[in-house]
Write a protein that binds this ligand. Structure first.
Ligand code: GDP
Ligand code: MN
Length: 390
């Protein structure tokens, strides 16, 4: 689960990480009070959307008068923000964070994530923070400092000092950095975070470290034990279809290909997508209906796939281990009866009662291609969907 920058900053403050003073607004009327409260003569208007790259997309704007703040806010509120990290539609701007402008001397990068290769929580830090960090990472990877935390130990103060030294921080700043990094690590481990990032972490002209931005992603599987974090969810930022899918315990992710997939099990879904690609097609989605799925859930999944605009064919690939294939077949038929069938469909069933399931489908009055072999099924759906989109 993602949260907004302003929410990340509130959490930062609770753990003694310093941020600029800011006020959240959702209407233009709240602006003048917000600016006076913050004081000063420079403000930054920041769109609160669940994506990075806001600076590049025109969602972070430095203003030198209250009139400018009002003008910029009016332009942004109620619109969609498109950034290099969103799709063409972008994300809705319902709230703005107004912050007191800062005098920036240096922009650092500081983040923590789980490195799956080394199986460690890993600190990433760089002297080259700011809006081009992705470019720094890909073109000059030696400028990214990496430190893996011993899974049986913890991040020590000495570790933080050594990272501070590599960032060329003076003693005063190194001390602040040490506190900031230890706090980040504490948030990471106590809140079941999968990624936490401050970019940029700035050195101000007044020689203090401030988190100018904040990004936190939480492990969805651990949210059940963080009621406070769940409260921060903003569904306006979530994909309509993915949201609907999660209501029915379906793992659904929209992709930009043309073949809709319905599979049980994440690994099988990945293999199915690979096979479609291998035979010249491209998947329109990742959809895992779960191991112990039900006919109702299959029906729901089927509905979801059919509403995806770019789909020109559907491949169902179910392995009946816990679930019975004849029940899946019934679910598919129920779904077709309810929402109709306007696209070519290939169903591959394997496992418990596979033969009965396939027979049920081929006996039906609908034009369903059945297949016991996955490679054949993939070849068939690629051909059918190419024909369909002609
Ligand atoms: P992101 O593009 O979504 O990562 O948004 P950020 O919150 O990181 O803001 C983008 C950039 O705006 C930062 O890297 C800063 O360079 C700049 N910025 C943000 N706040 C201030 C500020 O108070 N003063 C100045 N001068 N620049 C700012
Ligand atoms: Mn940023």
């Amino acid at each position: 689960m993602h949260i907004h920058e302003y929410q990340a900053k509130t959490l930062f403050n609770q753990f003694s990480i310093k941020t600029p003073k800011g006020v959240l607004v959702s209407t233009v009327e709240q602006l003048s009070k917000a600016c006076s409260e913050l004081g000063g003569s420079v403000w930054v208007v920041k769109a609160q959307v669940h994506t990075g790259g806001r600076g590049k997309g025109g969602g972070v704007i430095l203003c030198h008068s209250m009139a400018e703040v009002a003008h910029v806010a009016e332009q942004l509120l109620g619109t969609q923000l498109v950034t290099p990290q969103t799709d063409a539609k972008g994300l809705p701007i319902n709230q703005l964070l107004i912050e007191a402008g800062q005098n920036i001397e240096r922009e650092l990068y500081l983040g923590l994530l789980v490195d799956r290769q080394t199986q460690k929580i890993t600190v990433l830090a760089s002297t080259e923070g700011g809006m081009d960090i992705e470019k720094v990472a890909s073109e000059t990877p030696d400028k990214i400092i990496k430190f893996g935390v011993d899974p049986l130990g913890t991040l020590s103060s000495q570790d933080c000092d050594s990272i501070a030294q590599q960032l060329n921080l003076t003693d005063t700043l190194a001390k602040q950095f040490n506190q900031t990094l230890l706090s980040l690590y504490e948030i990471f481990t106590t809140k079941d975070v999968s990624l936490i990032e401050i970019n940029p972490l700035i050195v101000t002209a007044e020689n203090t470290l401030l988190a100018l931005d904040g990004k936190i992603d939480f492990d969805d599987n651990a949210l059940y034990r963080h009621e406070d974090i769940l409260q921060l969810r903003d569904t306006s930022q979530e994909d309509e279809k993915e949201k609907k899918a999660s209501e029915h315990q379906l793992n659904y992710i929209s992709l930009d290909g043309t073949i809709g997939c319905m599979v049980n099990g994440a690994g099988l879904a990945m293999a199915t997508m690979d096979l479609i690609e291998h035979h010249g097609g491209s998947p329109a989605n990742f959809l895992d209906v779960g191991g112990g799925t039900t006919a109702q859930r299959v029906a729901k999944a089927f509905e979801l796939i059919q509403t995806e605009a770019n789909v020109s064919g559907i491949l169902v690939n179910i392995f009946g281990g816990i679930v019975r294939c004849d029940l899946i077949a019934q679910g598919i038929l129920q779904a077709i009866e309810k929402v109709g069938l306007s696209l070519p469909i290939v169903v591959r069933l394997e496992g418990t009662n596979a033969a009965q399931g396939l027979a049920l489908l081929s006996r039906s009055k609908y034009n369903i291609y059945t297949e016991a072999d996955l490679t054949q099924a993939a070849i068939k759906i690629v051909a059918l969907s190419q024909e369909q989109s002609k």
